[in-house]
Design a protein around this ligand. Structure first.
Ligand code: MLC
Ligand code: AMP
Length: 479
């Protein structure tokens, strides 16, 4: 696809079909862009705008409005607790809050910038200059191994390049109808799942939650052709055969954000008649490697670099590994779809790239003779993938240590049949400080951070295993 003008300029706004449906409300393309233009009128000139990223049509309108006005937006998870929200707002420098104020903000004492409501019925005919390709479109907060989440700066150019590469790989056209119910504050649900559909011009049906019955209903009622899910979603669909069978008429079932277990791949194939298409990406790079619509679908393999992306796998000395499908090395990426660095973190930004300009993904991978990639795992065990969400052990440990009765905490990801990994915290409590029970500590984290970052399990221990240097030996905890 060519990219005249804005991100969405290639598609005619007079398309009479409903362009985006979220739950049971939808707007045609012309209505959607007129409502978004009304938002652009309000936010134009702001340095950064926070968007309350609940799974609603107002979020879609708010995001679009910021993109049209050329104002960087930061999606804020609707359930992010006061600690996480305060960090995102302070760090990003957002001066406006688009959408409803966050639940409980009056009680938790959190500071939210000036609230601008989003009205799906508002219309404006204003048009705005196309934002420069290199300007920041979005700041996406993402976890590192330690500390608070970092804001990844994503440009208009990166969005266009990443989405066009995927559209080409998947033969994604306006004749498709995309269905998913993923959260609207990450690459998967928001960038691919909303902006992708709007850039291509294919209608989007967002089911608000990624539940099997919702996907099945959207297949039947809306004639969905493409379905997006994280592996947990696909495994839950496979566990509900009637819902899975409703997807038989689809064109493409896509899995990403974490490794799809081969057993789920096979169950989905058997029930739907479609082998899932796997693709690999990161907040920092968008989706870089994918199985093509006409490509071989092998369980456990994520395919080839999309158009405009180069990938290499190197050993510890920086030399390319043999493309034998077995030799593991560090996956590095370059291409127009990569981010521009972490906001206000020059050192971490610099460390992310090699001297010769390749982004270090932190993932270990193999490549075979035909260029197919398999992701073997992450280099650091302190980044946990749970239900497709990336969670840094350090952020959860810091939230636990905020509790007055927690003396020490170590957080790990343990294998989980539903979530891929589940967050488990090993905690030493100080009974002199009042002590704390397992459930109380889980609730404490759920109250401070996004709910999905809470430990699913807390194990109270007398001491954490440490080496001679005093460092916690997480490998022993995992064992
Ligand atoms: C549970 N709940 C609580 C709670 N415990 N609420 C408050 N306090 C507590 N202690 C509530 C939740 O709010 C939620 O409510 C409900 O219980 C279920 O929550 P959950 O148990 O956390 O959800 P679960 O069903 O386990 O979620 C599975 C899932 C989810 C697959 C639906 O993990 C998910 O949406 N994953 C998608 C992640 C994703 O999009 N990643 C993309 C990253 S981008 P309620 O009412 O809301 O149901 C990326 C790039 C790439 O990785 O490659 O794509
Ligand atoms: P995030 O920044 O939340 O997008 O998480 C990115 C990480 O998710 C990557 O570094 C990988 O570890 C993991 N990931 C994404 N897609 C896949 C996939 N298809 N297979 C395995 N891991 C994946």
């Amino acid at each position: 696809m060519t990219a005249p003008g804005s991100l969405f300029g290639a598609v005619d706004r007079s398309d009479e079909r409903v362009a985006v449906t979220v739950g049971d409300v939808g707007l045609r393309r012309g209505e959607l862009f007129a409502a978004a233009s009304a938002v652009a009128d309000r936010v134009h000139g702001a340095p950064v705008v926070a968007v309350h990223a609940e799974a609603t049509l107002t979020t879609v309108i708010g995001v679009l409005g910021c993109l049209l006005a050329g104002v960087p937006l930061v999606p804020v998870p609707p359930d992010s607790g006061p600690k996480e929200r305060a960090h995102v707002l302070r760090d990003s420098g957002a001066t406006l809050w688009l959408g409803a104020p966050p639940a409980g903000v009056e009680d938790d004492g959190g500071d939210v910038p000036a609230v601008v409501p989003v009205d799906p019925a508002a219309r404006s005919a204003a048009s705005w200059p196309v934002p420069p390709a290199d300007s920041t479109a979005m700041i996406m907060y993402t976890s590192g191994t330690t500390g608070s989440p970092k804001g990844a700066l994503i440009s208009h150019r990166a969005l266009a390049a990443g989405l066009d590469g995927l559209a080409e790989a998947w033969e994604w056209t306006p004749d498709d109808t995309l269905v998913h119910g993923l959260p609207l504050f990450h690459v998967h649900g928001l960038i691919l799942g909303v902006l992708g559909a709007l850039r291509v011009g294919s209608p989007l049906v967002h089911t608000q939650r990624p539940r099997p019955a919702g996907y099945a209903a959207a297949a039947t009622e809306h004639g969905g052709t493409m379905f997006f899910g994280v592996p947990t979603v696909w495994s839950r669909i496979a566990a509900e055969p009637d819902s899975a069978r409703a997807l038989r008429k689809a064109r493409l079932l896509v899995s990403g954000s974490a490794a799809l277990p081969p057993s789920v791949f096979r169950d989905v194939l058997e029930l739907t008649g479609h082998a899932p298409v796997e693709r690999y990406g990161m907040t920092e790079t968008m989706i870089t490697i994918a199985v093509r619509a006409d490509g071989e679908r092998r369980p456990g393999w994520v395919g080839v670099p999309i158009r405009g992306v180069r990938a290499r796998i190197v050993d510890d000395a920086g030399a390319p590994v043999d493309p034998d499908g077995e030799t593991i090395g560090d996956l590095q990426i370059r291409g127009d779809c990569t981010f521009d660095g972490y906001l206000r973190r020059p050192e971490e930004t610099a460390k992310s790239w090699t001297e010769d300009g390749w982004f270090r993904t932190g993932d270990a991978a193999v490549v075979d003779a035909v260029g197919y990639h398999r992701i073997v795992g992450r280099r650091s065990s302190d980044l946990i993938k749970t239900g497709g969400y990336r969670v840094g052990a350090g952020e959860v440990e810091a939230a636990l240590l905020d509790h007055p009765a927690v003396a020490e905490a170590a957080v790990v990801g343990l294998p989980d049949p539903d979530l891929g990994q589940r967050i488990v915290a090993f905690v030493v409590v100080d009974s002199a400080a009042g002590g704390a029970g397992e459930q109380q500590l889980i609730e404490h984290v759920a109250g401070q951070l996004s709910v999905h970052k809470r430990p699913r399990e807390v194990r109270l221990v007398d001491a954490l295993p440490r080496n001679a240097m005093g460092k916690v030996q997480k490998a022993l905890l995992v064992d």
